[in-house]
Design a protein around this ligand. Structure first.
Ligand code: PLP
Length: 385
């Protein structure tokens, strides 16, 4: 028999990888924000299995704490394994059936993403538009509901691309009048901006871990209320996304504990700690802290002659868009803040590209000393521009 030599291992990609080190950035952009040190510490704890009794107990606590932070009694309240976009997609994948009319409020970048996703699940998508940085009022929403008669109305509570907050008062009554589900993006509001999902009649919502929750990205809260679950159970077609099918995933998070996919154990530790920290602080205190820190930033910007893009009554405390003055190279200023001061702020997204800086004061980062530092650094680089 002829001996065949085994293939030789190629060392072409066997680079000499340096030890891992990252610069000490202060993340004051639109997210991720810096994770709380206790969250990072929790993520480094030893692993247990995803069906270990201690992990099952932690899952229960995560669900309870998510209900607290969202102010909801929804049974189906879980973290999705993925980023905010995964939870966003989960809301649509589970409740949209081909041909359903989905009406999306588009007043920024993330409304456009909702449309893109809903289309991929066969929705007949419609939109109601408003200039970026503004919010919809109830009469505009009513007119659009009368025209489109949607099965789902999707709104972004906190538009990270503009820094505008969408008021929700009266919207759920409208949705019930038109027998329509209300879907809410709370990625940049959860844990930093007042949110009362049940009080506001929100049927489904999602968020991300990396903004006001102060956990790294990679796990994303999702909640479906009774009306949304009913729509899921009444489906004529299976959920077109296996990974995000909540009729399957909820069996793992519910009583059965049936394996669906391996939960990201240490991400759940991180989320647990992030939520526990919110419960320790208390929602009212936390919302107030975000507001006070933002007020301090807004006053400081005003003193420097800089103006905010969004009207104060709907301006998000978690995310501020600042108009870049004429003749100033916004990108160059942000680059100098990063390289000289280790402070990350971001430029505008989509329509607001080149027009604004986006400054996030989220969760653990929403602190007076960060505002002082940022304003001083900004004043310095602007004076040298
Ligand atoms: N919705 C909003 C309002 C967001 O700000 C983001 C992310 O910035 C997302 C959805 C998507 O989340 P992710 O980037 O975590 O997938």
């Amino acid at each position: 028999m002829i001996a065949i030599a085994p293939p030789r291992v190629s060392d072409r990609h066997r680079i000499h990888a340096p030890d891992l080190d990252m610069p000490p950035r202060l993340l004051l952009g639109p997210g991720p924000s810096n994770a709380h040190p206790r969250v990072l510490q929790a993520m480094g704890l030893r692993q247990v299995g995803h069906l270990d009794p201690s992990f099952l107990e932690l899952m229960n606590q995560v669900q309870e704490l998510l209900r607290y932070v969202w102010q909801t009694e929804n049974q189906l309240t879980i973290p999705v394994s993925g980023t905010g976009s995964a939870a966003m997609e989960a809301t649509l994948a589970n409740t949209v059936e081909p041909g359903d009319v989905v009406l999306v409020g588009v007043n920024g970048y993330f409304g456009l993403r909702l449309i893109d996703m809903a289309k991929r699940y066969g929705a007949d998508t419609r939109s109601i538009q408003k200039p970026w940085g503004q919010a919809f009022d109830l009469s505009e929403l009513r007119t659009a509901m009368e025209e489109h008669r949607p099965a789902i109305l999707a709104l972004v509570h906190a538009e990270t691309s503009t820094g505008a907050r969408q008021p929700l008062e009266g919207v759920s009554e409208l949705c019930r009048e038109f027998d329509c589900l209300l879907l809410l993006d709370t990625v940049t509001s959860m844990g930093g901006v007042p949110l009362f999902l049940d009080e506001w009649g929100v049927d489904m919502a999602y968020s991300g871990s990396q903004k006001c929750l102060s956990c790294p990205p990679g796990i994303a809260p999702l909640t479906l209320g009774d009306r949304a679950v009913e729509k899921l159970l009444r489906r004529k077609t299976p959920v077109a996304n296996w990974y995000l099918d909540m009729s399957l995933v909820s069996q793992y998070w519910g009583g059965e504990r049936t394996y669906h996919h391996t939960a990201p154990i240490n991400m759940n530790y991180g989320l647990y700690m992030a939520l526990k920290l919110i419960a320790e602080e208390g929602l009212e205190a936390r919302w107030q802290r975000h507001q006070e820190t933002a007020d301090r930033l807004w006053s400081g910007l005003e003193e420097m002659g800089l103006s905010c893009y969004v009207d104060r009554d709907i301006r998000l405390p978690s995310l501020t868009t600042v108009c870049i003055p004429d003749g100033v190279d916004g990108k160059a200023i942000a680059r100098r803040l990063l390289t000289e001061y280790n402070i990350e702020v971001a430029g505008g997204l989509g329509e607001l590209g080149g027009k604004v800086w986006r400054i996030g004061l989220m969760g653990f980062n929403s602190r007076r000393e960060n505002v002082t530092l940022l304003l001083a650094a900004l004043r310095q680089v602007l004076s040298e521009a």
